[in-house]
Design a protein around this ligand. Structure first.
Ligand code: G16
Ligand code: MG
Length: 206
């Protein structure tokens, strides 16, 4: 019996991956190397600084820590510009309906995201009030596949891991949910999200 539902943000609630992509690409253009949508797959669910490290590895470039912080800051300012235009129309199919249904059933609802912009995004989508707990990149120190983000969410809901279900689109996120001892619903392709207990194409399926 599910007492708590913990949702990833990017790829589950809203497709912000395309804005991350555009913002990172403006950086890689400046640095003078190609960055494709395929490369972008590797950045999903990964923290901002780790994303930058992966990018610099693709471009075969190295920078000082200070320079990297500056580049990540610049990328984030551009990203925030994009997502400040977000509205409800960009919610993924079935999200609103499913959250409403869970609330009606008395299921606790939490967000478990790597993003430091999570609250801003929930606000733009006008769904912040539907969450009983929001755990984001500002609240955790260990990134997925570490279970910290989901453990903290479960704790804030006042529940046990076995009472919580995680909804995730990224491999690292599915692994994090399993490591936390929770049931995991994968959103995406079964061949990619092998570790998930169930894989669906979107919340509209439930
Ligand atoms: C999201 C995205 C990642 C992004 C990360 C950090 O994670 O999937 O691509 O790098 O957040 O975002 P920010 O730069 O806004 O802090 P999630 O966990 O919501 O899928
Ligand atoms: Mg995700």
């Amino acid at each position: 019996q599910m007492k708590g539902a913990i949702f990833d943000l990017d790829g589950v609630i809203v497709d912000t991956a395309k804005y991350h992509f555009l913002a990172w690409r403006s950086l890689t253009e400046e640095l003078g190397f190609e960055f494709t949508e395929e490369h972008n797959e590797r950045l999903k669910g990964v923290s901002r600084m780790t994303s930058l490290d992966i990018l610099l590895e693709i471009g075969n470039l190295e920078f000082t820590e200070a320079k990297k912080l500056e580049m990540a800051g610049k990328k984030n300012r551009l990203y925030v510009e994009y997502i400040s235009q977000l509205d409800q129309s960009e919610l993924m199919p079935g999200v609103k309906e499913y959250l409403k249904r869970l609330r009606k059933r008395g299921v606790g609802i939490a967000l478990g995201s790597a993003s430091k912009n999570a609250l801003f995004i929930l606000d733009k989508l006008n769904i912040a009030r539907m969450f009983d707990a929001v755990i984001d990149g500002n609240k955790v120190s260990r990134a997925k596949p570490d279970p910290e983000v989901f453990q903290t969410a479960c704790h804030e809901l006042g529940l046990q891991p076995r009472e919580c279900v995680v909804f995730e689109d990224a491999q690292a996120g599915v692994a994090a949910g399993k490591a936390a001892g929770m049931q995991v619903v994968g959103i995406g392709k079964p061949e990619v999200l092998r570790e998930a207990d169930l894989v669906i194409t979107g919340l509209h399926e439930l």
